[in-house]
Unconditional design. Sequence first.
Length: 160
Amino acid sequence: MKPWNMERGEKPKEKGVYMAEGGTRNKVSYPGEGFWSEEKDGLHLIGSHCTKCGQNYFPPREICPECFAKGVEAKIEPIQLSSRGKLYSYSIVHVAPKRFNPPYGIGYVDFPEKVRVLGQLTTCDPKQLKVDMEVQAELGRIAVDEQGNEVQSYKFRPID
């Protein structure tokens, strides 16, 4: 895992470029790119851990919302979440804002580190989704931007 540090003000990488069908070049943006790392066993979200009260959070925080400690006082540290979690709840979105492609699934995922994360699901088929099923974090298309470029972020894929 690459070290992540809020105090250094690390910025996400520049937008990438990929080749689409027909050889056209399209830009790909990654919102929140500093919030994950790709490892051999899959995509891991990067959250924060408060050393004062022991709470874990995603997305990362500068101030602990549990005990209100901040910075050096609490030693808010980065924490790598597991690549897999359990689907707590989900919904199928049929009407969505511009640039999103409905229908798509969205759900809350509980990680072993006692963090619950909201994210898109890779399927919207209710027959493939069950509460308490295991899901894997991965990168995938979540929307398109104003210029029609693909926007990628973390999503959750059901594990059979």
